[in-house]
Design a protein around this ligand. Structure first.
Ligand code: PLP
Length: 403
């Protein structure tokens, strides 16, 4: 195991502090390292591997597509792109989709689409309002709208005209609106920034502001989308529809694919041939994956399963807040949950790994739980047991009853 770690470290640019584990294979909701140690996976490769590992319908589809055709460029049509575009259009309730290779590129495309819309309309608008604590990716455009100075400052000057408002504070958003505001961008449930779900009223009011001022509403559903919150896309649960949305992570269940989508009203004034492109984006391999993931989500009633198991998970986590001194708060929606800890989250994560549980962190000393969407109640029980061990110092059981 150490051999692989030193080989990787010797050649890779040091941009990640990796956990000292070399993962070798996955099966269902478990991962195995090169020593054969088994881990219950509550990270899913950062909210990506929603169907778990080795889902045979999914892997068969990839194998078939690899044997048939993996890449064509966007100068041609392919069967998978036709199917995936139709199924994603239906799933998102949008009218037009564009496939990208990552979440960052989906955001980049969404920002360009919004700027182009304003440009075509001749409105002179170009400003974006983004949220504090947001995360939208690492390209110069995506990082420009990311509400974390630590990620932005070393790369300035970034794109012009970005303002930040407080998430879930409508007055703060209003205060940033000018006659130059072109779009407002936010995650319906903030992920990286610490797992903060939007308030229903806040999203509704933002939508109203956008309608009044001809501002486009962009939702970043990269982490909270594709069933994670119990709705296919988080906005569908809130009942607040964006004009443009960005997706990635779970839409490919591990193959690198993202997408941005928009309504016809936006598309009419937005990107046309020559404005935007990608060589790999939407190739037959990734499109076969997207189409199959959507089929499986429907066939296996993943949304209902998420709703059921997440209610159980929330109950268990709330109990942990009551019974374990180290856990001060739970926030989240569906299978996207965060626990605020009062001891260093990094230490807890390492201890959890020793116990055979993979969890990750989010900003603000938050332990982030984004398991595969196919987990069952028994996996929740196993996770809680291991997490309790990792947290240590739980109250004796008598104390929890009197609380
Ligand atoms: C992960 C993430 C991104 C960036 O996606 P990449 O595929 O890493 O480029 C953007 N927005 C949100 C909300 C994310 O969670």
């Amino acid at each position: 195991m150490n051999d692989y770690i030193s080989q990787a470290e010797e050649a890779l640019l040091h941009t990640y502090n990796r956990y000292q584990i070399v993962l070798e294979k996955g099966e269902g909701v478990y991962l195995y390292d090169t020593e054969g140690k088994r881990y219950l996976d509550f990270a899913a490769g950062i909210a990506v591997c929603s169907l778990g590992y080795g889902h045979s319908k999914f892997t068969d589809c990839l194998k078939n597509q690899i044997d048939t055709l993996t890449h064509t460029s966007n100068l041609f049509y392919s069967k998978p792109v036709a199917k995936a575009a139709q199924s994603l259009k239906k799933a998102t309730q949008m009218d037009r989709v564009f496939f990208t290779n990552s979440g960052t590129e989906a955001i980049e495309g969404a920002l360009k689409a919004a700027r182009k819309y304003a440009y075509t309309k001749g409105s002179g608008k170009y400003e974006f309002i983004a949220m504090n604590h947001s995360f939208h990716g690492r390209s110069m455009g995506a990082v420009s709208v990311t509400g974390n100075e630590h990620y932005r400052t070393p790369f300035e000057p970034l794109i012009a005209g970005v303002k930040f408002a407080e998430f879930n504070d409508i007055e703060s958003v209003k205060a940033q609106i000018t006659d130059k505001t072109c779009a407002i961008i936010m995650e319906p449930v903030q992920g990286e920034g610490g797992i903060y779900p939007a308030d229903q009223a806040f999203l509704k009011q933002v939508r109203e502001l956008c309608d009044v001022h001809d501002i486009l509403l962009i939702f970043d559903e990269i982490q909270c989308g594709m069933g994670r919150t119990g709705s296919l896309f988080a906005w569908q649960g809130y009942g607040v529809k964006p004009d443009i949305m960005a997706m990635a992570k779970a839409i490919g269940n591990g193959v690198p694919v993202g997408a941005f989508a928009m309504t016809e009203q936006v598309a009419e004034y937005s990107l046309v041939p020559g404005d935007h492109g990608t060589t790999y984006g939407g190739n037959p391999l990734v499109c076969a994956a997207v189409d199959t993931v959507l089929q499986i989500v429907e066939e296996e009633r993943i949304l209902e399963r998420v709703q059921e198991v997440s209610a159980y998970l929330e109950e268990k986590l709330d109990n942990l807040v009551k019974t374990n001194e180290a856990v001060t708060e739970r926030r989240g929606m569906g299978l996207m949950q965060g626990l605020v800890l009062n001891k260093p989250v990094g230490d807890v994560i390492k201890k959890a790994m020793e116990q055979g549980l993979i969890v990750i962190s989010a900003s603000g000393n938050v332990l982030r739980l984004v398991p595969p969407l196919v987990i069952e109640k028994k996996h929740v029980d196993e996770m809680i047991e291991k997490l309790n061990e990792a947290l240590g110092d739980s109250f004796p059981c008598g104390a929890c009853i009197t609380q």
